[in-house]
Ligand binder design. Structure first.
Ligand code: 5GP
Ligand code: ZN
Length: 110
């Protein structure tokens, strides 16, 4: 998708700190971390948001959740984490489906 910053990160046209990668998923560090550990889990293919998912994306979504599980297992301390997805123009700055993986000490209350 032209002019999508996350598609450009997937294509390595924009640099990022990559945490993990599979055929379908990329995980990279948020450029402006809100907590100690703030990663973004995204599908490599451009999907706008959760509302745009179809039944064909079920396996992909499963893979995203299992990626969060793996990231938590790899944490140095507590395996507690929060997974957040902002959806829709009122709350979503980047219109490429993504999940904030938030972890570390002093996670703010939700
Ligand atoms: P949301 O769309 O859920 O509101 O948030 C988008 C997130 O993407 C923000 O936390 C922001 O810091 C992050 N972000 C925006 N542009 C870039 C970028 O070019 N690189 C990286 N690594 N993160 C970005
Ligand atoms: Zn995109």
């Amino acid at each position: 998708m032209q002019n999508c910053i996350f598609c450009k990160i997937v294509a390595h046209e924009v640099p990022s700190l990559i945490v993990a990668e599979t055929d379908q998923i990329l995980v990279f560090k948020d450029i402006s971390p809100k907590v100690a550990i703030h990663d973004l889990i995204i599908p490599k293919k451009h999907i706008q948001d959760i509302q745009s998912l179809t039944a064909q994306d079920s396996a992909l979504m499963g893979e995203i959740i299992l990626m969060a599980q793996q990231l938590a297992r790899d944490l140095p301390g507590s395996q507690s984490f929060r997974l957040v997805s902002n959806n829709g123009p009122a709350v979503q700055l980047v219109s490429h489906l993504h999940f904030h993986f938030l972890a570390g000490k002093n996670l703010p209350d939700f």
